[in-house]
Design a protein around this ligand. Structure first.
Ligand SMILES: NC(=O)C1=CN([C@@H]2O[C@H](COP(=O)(O)OP(=O)(O)OC[C@H]3O[C@@H](n4cnc5c(N)ncnc54)[C@H](OP(=O)(O)O)[C@@H]3O)[C@@H](O)[C@H]2O)C=CC1
Ligand SMILES: C[C@H]1O[C@H](OP(=O)(O)OP(=O)(O)OC[C@H]2O[C@@H](n3cnc4c(=O)[nH]c(N)nc43)[C@H](O)[C@@H]2O)[C@@H](O)[C@@H](O)C1=O
Length: 325
C-alpha cells in the first residue's frame, strides 16, 4: 500500500475510556475482558450476538453511535476447526466479511482511536517457508480447507491498512496461532483439535474405552498458545505497537498432533490405544509463526504448553456440564 497518514506514538491506554470487546463471551474475548478488568479498565462494553448481531449493519452503526467507544478489539467472528471450515465455507466467508465490514466501517464513523483486528495464522500460504514471517501473506496458495475463512481475514487486514491510509487512524492487526484455554468450544465436530482431544480422551478414560480415533494422520505440526497469553499480547500490542503490518502472535515452537494426543492421553488418564482416521483432512502440514516482530515489540509467551493444557483440562472438568455446543 502507498504511504499512509498515521501520526501516532503508542502509549498506555486510558483506563477510564470506553472499551468495546466484540465477542466478549468467546474464547479470546472473554480472556481479554478478564485481563482488562484486572488491569483496572472501568468502562468495558460487551454485547452478546443475541443482543447485537454484528451482521446487522444498522444495529452496529446504532450501537457505535450510542456507546462511542474509544478502543475496540474485534474478537467476534465465525470460528471453528478444520472440519467446520471445510464443510461451511460460505458461512465462514460471508459471516466474517459482514461482521468485519460493519464493525470497521462503524468504528471509522465513530472515530475509534485504537482498534485491534484479529486474524489467524491460516492467512499464510499452505506451503509457506517455516517459521512464517508476516511478509509471506499473499505470496502463495492458501490451504483449501480454510481458504474461505482466510480470504475474509486477509480482507480484514487490508481494510485496517486502508483505514490507516485513508483516515489516518492508528489501527492494528494481530495474527494468532492456534489458541486454547478456558472458555473454548469443546463441541466434537466443530471445535479445534486441542479441545476436541481433551473431550475425546477424557470421555474414553471415564468409560474405559479401548481405543480413541482422531482425525487425519497425526503428522501435521501446530503451534499452540494459551488464550491468557493471547489476551496479554493484545493489550501489549495496543500499548506498544503501531504499524500497518499485522503482527504474528505465537510461542515460536510447535508439536505434532500425535505428540499433543499422547500428552492429552496421559493428562486425562487414558491408557488405551490411539487410531487415526485418514479420511479426515490433515490441513496445512506445518504452521509455525515467526514471532520476531512481537518479540521486538517487547512481548513473549509466558504459559508453557504443559501448564496450559493441565489447567485447561481442570477447567474442562469443572465446566463439563455447561459447555457451549
Ligand atoms: N480459537 C483459535 O484457535 C483462534 C482464533 N482466532 C481469532 O480470534 C478471534 C476470536 O476467536 P475465538 O474467541 O476463538 O472464537 P469464539 O467462537 O470462542 O468466539 C467468537 C465470539 O464471536 C461472537 N460472534 C460471532 N458471530 C457474531 C455475530 N454475528 N454478532 C455478534 N457476535 C458474534 C460470539 O458471540 P456470542 O457468544 O454472544 O454468540 C462469540 O462469543 C476470531 O477473530 C478468530 O478468528 C485466530 C486464530 C486462532
Ligand atoms: C486456528 C485454525 O484452525 C483450523 O485449522 P487447523 O490448524 O487445521 O486446526 P484444527 O485445530 O481443527 O486441526 C489441527 C490438526 O488436528 C487434527 N485433528 C485430529 N483430531 C482432530 C479433532 O478431533 N478435531 C480437530 N478439529 N482436529 C483434529 C486435524 O486433522 C489437523 O491436522 C482452521 O479453522 C483455520 O481456519 C484456523 O484458523
Amino acid at each position: 500500500m502507498p504511504a499512509e497518514q498515521v501520526d501516532y506514538t503508542p502509549a498506555p491506554l486510558d483506563r477510564d475510556a470506553t472499551f468495546y470487546v466484540a465477542g466478549h463471551r468467546g474464547l479470546v474475548g472473554s480472556a481479554i475482558w478478564r485481563l482488562l478488568e484486572k488491569e483496572g479498565f472501568t468502562n468495558l462494553v460487551g454485547r452478546t450476538s443475541r443482543d447485537l448481531d454484528l451482521k446487522n449493519r444498522d444495529q452496529v452503526f446504532a450501537f457505535f453511535e450510542e456507546t462511542k467507544p474509544k478502543y475496540v478489539v474485534l474478537a467476534a467472528a465465525k470460528v471453528g476447526g478444520i472440519l467446520a471450515n471445510d464443510t461451511y465455507p460460505v458461512d465462514f466467508l460471508s459471516e466474517n466479511m459482514q461482521i468485519q465490514v460493519n464493525v470497521l466501517d462503524a468504528a471509522v464513523k465513530a472515530g475509534v482511536d485504537r482498534l485491534l483486528f484479529l486474524g489467524s495464522s491460516c492467512i499464510y500460504p499452505k506451503l509457506a517457508p517455516q517459521p512464517i514471517k508476516e511478509e509471506y501473506m499473499l505470496t502463495g496458495h492458501l490451504e483449501p480447507t480454510n481458504d474461505a475463512y482466510a480470504i475474509a481475514k486477509i480482507a480484514g487486514i487490508l481494510q485496517v491498512q486502508a483505514v490507516r491510509r485513508q483516515y489516518g487512524l492508528p489501527w492494528i492487526s494481530a495474527m494468532p496461532t492456534n489458541l486454547y484455554g478456558p472458555g473454548d468450544n469443546f463441541s466434537p465436530e466443530g471445535s479445534h483439535v486441542l479441545p476436541a482431544l481433551i473431550r475425546r480422551y477424557d470421555e474414553a478414560a471415564k468409560t474405559g474405552a479401548a481405543t480413541v480415533t482422531n482425525w487425519g494422520t497425526g503428522t501435521p505440526r501446530r503451534e499452540f498458545l494459551h488464550v491468557d497469553d493471547m489476551a496479554a499480547a493484545c493489550l501489549h500490542l495496543l500499548e506498544h505497537y503501531d504499524g500497518p503490518e499485522q503482527v504474528n502472535v505465537g510461542t515460536g515452537t510447535d508439536v505434532t498432533i500425535k505428540e499433543i494426543a499422547d500428552t492429552i492421553a496421559k493428562v486425562t488418564g487414558f491408557t488405551g490405544t490411539t487410531e487415526w482416521d485418514t479420511s479426515k483432512p490433515d490441513g496445512t502440514p506445518q504452521k509455525l509463526l515467526d514471532v520476531t516482530k512481537l518479540t521486538n515489540a517487547g512481548w513473549t509467551a509466558q504459559i508453557s504448553l504443559e501448564d496450559g493444557m493441565r489447567s485447561t483440562v481442570d477447567w474442562y472438568h469443572q465446566h463439563a456440564d455447561t459447555l457451549r455446543t
